[in-house]
Design a protein around this ligand. Structure first.
Ligand code: C2G
Length: 131
């Protein structure tokens, strides 16, 4: 069994997130998704609209996803790769190069992002409609 892992906030879930998870699953047989906790997002400087419990439940309900774990710190990736016997680490290419240190433990793949959609953009559009 080929295990794939990816990490993300998945706030205001959208097609860019879904495309990433679909393509990540296509790289193996078992997909683990680490969803950033609210506390960790505060460290990342990201303010979420949707609380971590709900973001995890939404990701868990997606057919491509086999297991959801919390992402609580930057350092957990190397430990997760060992703990879950991960073969492939996947993330969007906005992070290109940032996780190359994992290449000692597993394959590292940066997938192209879906153009024209982002949580930040969704928030901006909603905010401008309120004006
Ligand atoms: N994504 C994408 N296309 C978009 C938007 C997002 O492919 N239009 C991808 C991102 O590249 C990422 C995943 O969807 O791989 C989740 O995106 P975010 O929720 O924005 O994740 P982020 O906050 O960047 O968290 O430790 C890593 C971080 O937790 C990643």
């Amino acid at each position: 069994m080929k295990t794939v892992i990816t990490y993300g906030t998945f706030d205001l879930f959208h097609i860019g997130h879904l495309n990433l998870l679909k393509r990540a699953k296509e790289m193996g047989d078992y997909l683990i998704v680490a969803v950033s906790s609210d506390d960790f997002n505060a460290i990342k400087g990201k303010k979420c609209q949707i609380p971590d419990t709900e973001r995890m439940a939404i990701v868990e309900a997606i057919r491509y996803v086999d297991k959801v774990i919390p992402e609580t710190c930057w350092e957990q990736k190397a430990l997760d790769v060992e703990k879950y016997g991960v073969d492939v680490f996947v993330i969007g290419d906005d992070w290109k190069g940032k996780f190359d240190f994992l290449k000692e433990q597993c394959e590292v793949v940066y997938l192209s992002r879906t153009q024209g959609i982002s949580t930040t953009e969704i928030k901006k559009q909603l905010a401008s409609k309120d004006k």
